[in-house]
Design a protein around this ligand. Structure first.
Ligand code: DNO
Length: 353
C-alpha cells in the first residue's frame, strides 16, 4: 500500500508540507483545487501552481480528492453535457502532471454530514459527531441556520453562498429518485470513463457519508451490493472505488473486510479510520485505535494485506488534540498518529507472512 496524506494547499491548510514529509512512510499528498466550484474546468496554470508547491518536498501528487461533480449532472439536467465536457478536459489536464487516481462522490447536494464538529470525547479532545435525530426526518433548515450563524460550523457543500440556492436545489431533487440517480451516474460514467481509461487514470467513487438517505435525498453508494452496481454501470479498469471505513462503517450491516475482499481489484484508494457507533444511531469519530471505536481496524488491514493491496491509502479524519487549531477532522497530530497505527498493523502482518 502507498501511504498518502490529505492536504488542502498552501492557502487553505495550516500544515506545512515539511511536516507532512516527516510522517513516516508518506509518499504523496492528496489534493484538490479548492477555489474551483463544481463543474468548472481546472486550468493548466492552477494545476501547475499546486505542483510547484509540492515538488520541493519529495511528495507526489498522484491522487486528487475531489474533482466535484456539478449538481446538474446528478440531477440529469440538459445542461449537464457542458459540465461533463469540463470534467473530461480536467481529466486530460490532470494526466499531464501524473495524476493516477481521481476520487469523487455522487451525493446529492451535500458531501459528508455531521451535526457537531467539535464534540468532546472523554479524553478532552474533540471530534466530528453525527446526531441521527437532528438529521433524519428533518428538513435541513435547522442545520442551515447553524451554518449561517456559526462560523466554526462549516461543512463541505454547505458554503453560505450555496445556502442561498438551497431551497431551489432541494426542490429540483424532488423529481429525482434512486433509480434516476443511478441513470444519471451511468450517463456520467459512460462519458468520462473512456477518457480516463485513455489517460490511464482511475476514477474512484467515494461512498456516501453517512451511508443512508438524508433529508429525503437519495443516496446510492452505501453498501456492498451498490458498490458492485456502480462497477457494473461501465466495465472498465478505470471505473473503480474508494474504500472508506468511516463512511461505510457507520452502518453496522456493512462487513468492511468482506467488501475489501470482494472488490479488491477495483479499490484504488482507501480512507481508513475508526468511529464509535451508539445504539440510537449516533456516531462519533474516535482515534484510529481499534478499542476506541466500533470499526474492525485489524480486520480491514488484514483484508488489504491478504489481497496484496498496492493502492493508495490515507488515514481519515482525526480528533483535534494537543490544542491544535485546524480544519475540522484534518489536523496533523491525530492523523499522523493514525498513520503510525495503520503502519503498526501492516508491519506486523508483513512479519507474520
Ligand atoms: C471526508 C471526505 C469526503 C471526500 C469526498 C470525496 O472527509 O472523505 O469529503 O473527500 O466525499 O468526493
Amino acid at each position: 500500500m502507498e501511504m498518502v496524506f490529505r492536504w488542502f494547499g498552501e492557502e487553505n491548510d495550516h500544515i506545512p508540507l515539511a511536516h507532512i514529509q516527516q510522517i513516516p512512510g508518506v509518499k504523496g499528498v492528496v489534493w484538490s483545487l479548492h477555489n474551483k466550484v463544481a463543474g468548472e474546468k481546472w486550468s493548466t496554470d492552477d494545476i501547475k501552481e499546486l505542483q510547484q508547491q509540492v515538488d520541493p518536498y519529495n511528495l507526489h501528487i498522484e491522487v486528487v480528492e475531489s474533482v466535484n461533480i456539478h449538481e446538474d449532472i446528478k440531477l440529469g439536467l440538459p445542461t449537464r453535457d457542458k459540465y461533463i465536457e469540463n470534467y473530461i478536459e480536467t481529466i486530460q489536464e490532470l494526466s499531464k502532471v501524473g495524476v493516477k487516481v481521481i476520487c469523487y462522490n455522487f451525493m446529492p447536494v451535500f458531501d459528508w454530514i455531521r451535526t457537531d464538529l467539535f464534540k468532546e470525547l472523554p479524553d478532552g479532545s474533540t471530534a466530528l459527531f453525527y446526531e441521527k435525530q437532528l438529521i433524519e426526518g428533518n428538513d435541513p433548515s435547522e442545520l442551515v441556520e447553524r451554518v449561517m450563524k456559526d462560523e466554526n460550523f462549516t461543512l463541505p457543500g454547505w458554503e453560505p453562498e450555496r445556502m442561498e440556492q438551497l431551497s431551489e436545489i432541494l426542490e429540483a431533487y424532488k423529481k429525482v429518485d434512486e433509480e434516476m440517480l443511478w441513470d444519471n451516474l451511468k450517463y456520467f460514467l459512460e462519458a468520462v470513463i473512456p477518457v480516463a481509461e485513455k489517460y490511464n487514470i482511475k476514477l474512484a467513487i467515494h461512498p456516501d457519508d453517512p451511508p443512508w438517505p438524508v433529508f429525503g435525498l437519495p443516496r446510492i453508494v452505501i453498501n456492498a451490493e451498490n458498490l458492485g452496481r456502480v462497477l457494473e454501470l461501465v466495465d472498465s479498469p478505470s471505473n473503480g472505488l474508494t474504500f472508506c471505513s468511516g463512511s461505510l462503517g457507520a452502518n453496522p450491516a456493512n462487513d468492511l473486510p468482506a467488501i475489501i475482499r470482494r472488490y479488491a481489484d477495483k479499490i484504488h484508494f482507501a480512507h481508513v479510520r475508526n468511529l464509535k457507533r451508539f445504539d440510537n444511531g449516533d456516531f462519533i469519530e474516535t482515534s484510529h485505535k481499534m478499542s476506541d471505536g466500533s470499526v474492525d481496524m485489524f480486520g480491514i488491514m488484514k483484508a488489504f494485506h491478504e489481497v496484496g493491496y498496492t493502492g493508495y491509502i490515507r488515514p481519515d479524519h482525526g480528533r483535534h488534540i494537543w490544542d491544535e487549531v485546524c480544519r475540522p477532522g484534518y489536523g496533523l497530530y491525530d492523523r499522523a498518529l493514525g498513520i503510525m497505527y495503520l503502519w503498526g498493523i501492516w508491519d506486523s502482518l508483513e512479519q507474520t507472512k
